[in-house]
Design a protein around this ligand. Structure first.
Ligand code: EPZ
Length: 420
């Protein structure tokens, strides 16, 4: 397993090209199951999660070609069985369930199971499919959904932590081929859901209210192929912004949409970090000193949970105490213990992390645990003194394409080595 070797203390300067959004492209790839025609998806990041979704689509019988950032997918002759060995390794693949039962009238998909940041239930996905008339049975770790024809319904998809991103994606995709009109209330408004809705519309789906908490879908008989470019990855952009701020540098982010980052830029501004919008780019400039901020993660447009770990690293460097409250997932503070190995002073009080910043971070070997926690550790290594070895960076490769190369081009002293 690979590791990153980082020699910290160098401010990051220069330009970075933000890639296509992982969390937009995964459900969009699932949406290609809704048509027998060819779909072309552009600006696709070369990530292990994307390559995994390719394997899953191929296991269902789709023809997939992936080269030069472009995916060509033709799901003309497919079957509806999602194998446990594949699904369990990437829980995002649960979003094949909706398209499969809509297209084939039957689907059997492995229950995804949890992951290190939480139990990751799918009760809302199942509530939505049942409301659309699917007969659901759970047997030996698989969910089986059957419906001669899904029927439009009014569905409230809000859960204990608010809307569900992939739950909204699953039900939205299923509803496009249902008979009649579906109203999805408390739908997720994340930019990635908007991108999926736009992709579906380009396939001939009839969707209104895109970007709002209420989506209205009028079912059609069939959908056709399309050609779509994926939006920029707002979390990759936020991660590089945090790295620029943490190292005291100045980085120009190309390919990110500032309007997708308002809550993150607002918190960075409060922490003393300047962000300037210039011709389609976003320049992040570290201030003279970092100020502590309090933040609570919320559904979009609130502060994203996928930026919580990266902000925690930044607050370790701020002169004062910050309170970071995680309201979306029940155990998303794995990075705190590793940051403490680098000298951070963090205490966990229920859903909140109390970060007493101001002490410099010093390099040490640390262990990546999940995608965004790994990013937080890389930022800590870049900002800290001395050498940091981040082990198990396969977690990073799930969601960041060539991260070490992009950082090296910004002046970082970082290299990928064969790990333990
Ligand atoms: C998506 O996960 C993202 N993944 C996550 O990004 C992101 O953190 C999350 O949305 C929240 O923004 C992809 O898009 C592939 P949810 P998802 O359903 O859809 C609860 C990353 O780092 N819930 O919006 O699985 C759930 O437990 C990853 O890129 C139910 O209770 O998340 C959580 O508390 C990590 N019942 C909350 O809702 C359900 O049926 C939000 O989860 C579904 C979810």
């Amino acid at each position: 397993m690979d590791s990153f070797l980082i020699h910290g203390g160098t401010p990051l300067y220069g330009d970075v090209q933000i890639g296509g959004s992982k969390n937009a492209v995964l459900p969009i790839m699932a949406a290609t199951l809704l048509t027998a025609e060819t779909c072309v998806i552009r600006r696709v990041p070369d990530l292990s999660d994307v390559r995994f979704m390719v394997k899953i689509l191929e296991s269902l019988g789709a023809e997939v070609h992936f080269a030069g950032g472009t995916l060509t997918i033709r799901a003309s002759a497919i079957q509806g069985f999602g194998d446990y060995e594949l699904i369990r390794k990437m829980r995002g693949s649960i979003c094949i369930l909706g398209p499969l039962v809509a297209r084939l009238q039957t689907a059997t998909v492995s229950l995804p199971g949890g992951c290190i940041i939480g139990t990751r239930p799918i009760d809302l996905h199942l509530k939505g499919l049942a409301a659309l008339g699917a007969k659901l049975t759970i047997d030996s770790g698989y969910i089986r959904a059957e419906a001669p024809r899904l029927k439009g319904a009014i569905i409230f998809l809000g859960g204990r932590a608010g809307p569900t991103v992939l739950g909204t994606a699953n039900i939205l995709m299923a509803a496009t081929l249902a008979d009649g009109v579906t109203l999805i209330e408390s739908a997720a408004c994340e930019p990635e859901v908007v991108d999926l809705a736009n992709f579906l519309s380009s396939m001939g789906a009839k969707i209104s209210g895109i970007g709002s908490p209420t989506l209205t879908v009028t079912g059609v008989e069939e959908l056709h192929g399309t050609d779509h470019e994926v939006i920029g990855d707002r979390i990759e952009a936020g991660t590089f912004a945090a790295a620029a701020a943490a190292t005291g540098g100045e980085v120009v982010l190309h390919g990110a949409r500032p309007e997708h980052l308002t809550a993150v830029l607002d918190k960075l501004h409060e922490a003393g970090v300047r962000a300037e919008r210039t011709q389609g780019a976003l320049t992040i400039k570290a201030g003279s000193a970092l100020r502590p901020v309090d933040v609570t993660t919320m559904p979009y447009p609130g502060f994203p949970t996928d930026m919580q770990a990266q902000l925690m690293t930044l607050m370790c460097l701020a002169s004062g105490t910050s309170v970071i409250t995680e309201r979306i997932f029940e155990s998303r503070f794995m990075h705190a213990a590793e940051l403490m190995r680098l000298g951070a002073d963090i205490s966990i009080e229920g859903p909140s992390a109390i970060v007493k910043g101001g002490r410099p971070l010093s390099g040490a070997p640390v262990m990546a645990s999940d995608l965004r926690a790994s990013a937080a550790l890389v930022i800590a290594g870049l900002a800290g003194r001395g050498d940091t070895r981040v082990n198990r960076v396969y977690h990073l490769d799930r969601g960041y394409e060539k991260m070490e190369e992009k950082l090296r081009r910004l002046g970082a002293k970082i290299e990928r080595v064969d790990g333990e």
